[in-house]
Design a protein around this ligand. Sequence first.
Ligand SMILES: [Fe+2]
Length: 389
Amino acid sequence: MSTPTYAILNPGRVIAGAGSIEQLAEVARGFNARHVLVVSDKGVAAAGLVQGPCAALEGAGLRVTLIDSTPPEPDVADVEAILAAARAAGGAPDLVVGIGGGSAMDVAKIVAVLLAHDLDLRALLAKTAEIPARGLPSVMVPTTAGTGSEATPNSIILVAEDELKVGIVSARLMPDTVLLDPLLTLTLPPAVTASTGMDALTHAIECYCSKKGNPFSDLYALEAIRLIARSIRRAVANGRDVAAREDMLMGAYWGGVCIATSSTTAVHALAYPLGGKYRMPHGLSNAILLPSVMAFNLVGSERRFAAMARAMGLDTGGLSDAQAGTAFVEELKRLNADLGVPPHLRGWGIDETHLDGLVEGASKVTRLLDNNPRPMSRADMRALYAALL
Ligand SMILES: [Fe+2]
């Protein structure tokens, strides 16, 4: 038997703090860039978050091609269209900047590779091809505090015909530089702050309990839980609270670091078919699933749950680990209620007749299910989904 080993993967450089976006042009010059491809989405552009960075790049004498057509939950055709638009811009880009949420950054990361290497995206998704080398240099600028994509070697793409999101995972997708500027997140609406923030919290919680958990993920997961738990209600209640936004952005980043060294588990596996088939927002599906999956996972992981309860700021004095773990699960339910996350999947056209399809979809996500601390059978999955109808 081989000795279990673990590794941590980080972006090359991370620049954080209010106003850090102002360093983008200097960062681009550091890569000797002349033609920058900026990948974003319409919502981020409409919020006025793209024009300033593009103007700063142009002001530094760089050519900028902006593609802001990334849709939510991008599929293969979307990525290919964005790649074609980037090539049609003429004069090959030599730096890719992703500005947005998980979708824009995931697309930017894979486009940086596809612009540099002649690769078939479908083969990458089918795992019949691998990314042979790093792509163009990439800079990620998150405008939500959730996905953690800026810290991960993952690009998640929807395979529309299978109604399933598939992750391409390669260290060669890791961003070169990340700018974490909380000022870019101040205008996020409360519902998006809540669902993306709960996604980030889910990353930290799942990685802390994952079978692939290790000293690196333990360190960052507990800090992510602490930052998000203390600030998520404030960030939702008052979006302009810069300190709360900074906590959320840093918590989401640490959550991404956790994904890069450990892995998420059953919450994300069960959320995948909800996003793939019913197009539920990723953070919302995770938030709805989180308390029930954690109630399931508590059995056998009581000590870890007690540690998460303490990181969340709960008073666990006098409680056994099991009691503290139960208090942790109850706090997750309270948090969802406070943030306006519904306690069920109704409203998304999901009923009893869809249970088999959901279980089938989730069962395919073995990459994540295999990391769940407590084995989850198809019957367990069915019961979990059914209880949320
Ligand atoms: Fe996630």
